[in-house]
Design a protein around this ligand. Structure first.
Ligand code: 13P
Ligand code: SF4
Length: 308
C-alpha cells in the first residue's frame, strides 16, 4: 500500500473532526478537486441551498463562497455555519448594493425584485424572490408582476429576457470570470474540435451563448453530457467544472474553455481543518435580515419544488 501523503492525512483529520462536531460539509462544483474527498454533498447553488435546508447536522461547513454560506445560515439560523476563508467572497455579489437597489425600486415602483443567489443576505431581504442559474427563467415566469428588476448579473438577465414575456430591467453587474470569456476565441477553439458540443454557463456574454449548443448552470452540465449523443464537450465556465465532469461522467471527454475564480479556489484543506478546530469563520446575521432573506429564498425553493 502506498504511504499516506500529507493530503491523505488532512482528509482523514477532517473526517474525524467532522464526526466529532456532527458537521456536514457542502462543496460547490467549482472547488479544488481535493475537496471532493471531504464532501457530504457537492452541487450547484440550488442543490446546496436545498441540502442546507434539509440537514440535521449541528454544524454546516461551506466550501464555496460567502453568499452560499449566508444562504445556509438564513435557512438554519440556530446552527453553526462555517466559512473556512473570509476571502471567499464574490465580486458579482458585491455589485448589488443596498443604495443601488433602493434607487432601482424607487425608479420602478410596482416591479418585482428578483435577486440571483449571488447577492448578500441584505439584498435578498430587500427582494421578492431569489433565483439561481438553474431556475431563473421559471422564477421570473412564476411572478404576477409584468416588470422585473433582475440583479445583479446582466448576462443571466439578458438570457432570462429571451425566455419570458416580462419586461426585465437589467442591472449593470457581471461575473468577471465568465464575462471575459470571448466568443471569437471560443469559435477558434471549437474549430480544432469540430465534433465537440459547447456547454456554457448563462453568466457568459450573449455572443458566446449564441454559439453554444447547451446553456445551463453547473448542476445541469453532467445531466446534459450524459444524455447527449456526443462524446466530446467544451465546457465554458469556471475551470473547476471540467474536473468535476471528468469525475462524474468518465465515459465522455471534456475540454475546458475557462477562467479560474480566485474566490472559489481560496478554500484549501488546511483552512478546513482550522475551521473545524477553531470554529472559524462563523457566519452571523441579524434576525431581521434572516427573516427577510428567508422569505425570498423559501419562495424560490417553492417554485423549484413545484416544477420538479
Ligand atoms: P451555479 O448556481 O450554476 O452553481 O453557479 C454559481 C456561480 O457562482 C457561478 O459563477
Ligand atoms: Fe462569483 Fe463569478 Fe466566482 Fe461565481 S465564478 S463565485 S459569480 S466571481
Amino acid at each position: 500500500m502506498a504511504p499516506m501523503t500529507d493530503m491523505d492525512k488532512m482528509v482523514e483529520l477532517v473526517k474525524e473532526l467532522k464526526g466529532q462536531r456532527n458537521a456536514v460539509i457542502l462543496v460547490h462544483n467549482y472547488q479544488r478537486p481535493e475537496m471532493y474527498r471531504i464532501a457530504d454533498y457537492m452541487g450547484d447553488s440550488l442543490g446546496l441551498s436545498v441540502k442546507a435546508a434539509e440537514t440535521d447536522a449541528d454544524v454546516i461547513l461551506f466550501c464555496g463562497v460567502k453568499f452560499m454560506a449566508e444562504t445556509a445560515k438564513v435557512l438554519n439560523p440556530k446552527k453553526t455555519v462555517l466559512l473556512p476563508n473570509l476571502d471567499a467572497g464574490c465580486s458579482l455579489a458585491d455589485m448589488a448594493t443596498i443604495e443601488k437597489l433602493r434607487e432601482a425600486k424607487e425608479m420602478h415602483p410596482g416591479a418585482a425584485v428578483v435577486s440571483y443567489v449571488n447577492t448578500s443576505a441584505e439584498i435578498k431581504a430587500m427582494s421578492d424572490i431569489c433565483c439561481t442559474s438553474a431556475n431563473a427563467i421559471e422564477v421570473v415566469n412564476s411572478l404576477p408582476q409584468k416588470k422585473i428588476i433582475f440583479l445583479p448579473d446582466k448576462n443571466l438577465g439578458k438570457y432570462v429576457q429571451q425566455h419570458t414575456n416580462k419586461e426585465v430591467i437589467l442591472w449593470d453587474g457581471y461575473c468577471f470570470v465568465h464575462d471575459k470569456l470571448d466568443a471569437d476565441m471560443l469559435l477558434d477553439f471549437k474549430s480544432r474540435y469540430p465534433d465537440a458540443k459547447i456547454i456554457s454557463h448563462p453568466e457568459c456574454k450573449e455572443e458566446l451563448l449564441k454559439v453554444s449548443d447547451h446553456i445551463c448552470g453547473t448542476g445541469g452540465m453532467a445531466k446534459f453530457a450524459k444524455s447527449d449523443g456526443s462524446k466530446n464537450f467544451i465546457i465554458v465556465t469556471e475551470c473547476g467544472m471540467t474536473e468535476k465532469l471528468r469525475e462524474d461522467v468518465p465515459e465522455k471527454n471534456f475540454l475546458s474553455f475557462c477562467n479560474i475564480c480566485p474566490y472559489m479556489k481560496s478554500t484549501a484543506m488546511p483552512l478546513v481543518v482550522r475551521s473545524l478546530v477553531q470554529n472559524v469563520h462563523e457566519i452571523a446575521l441579524p434576525d431581521h435580515i434572516i427573516n427577510g432573506a428567508r422569505k425570498a429564498i423559501d419562495r424560490m425553493l417553492a417554485v423549484s419544488k413545484s416544477s420538479s
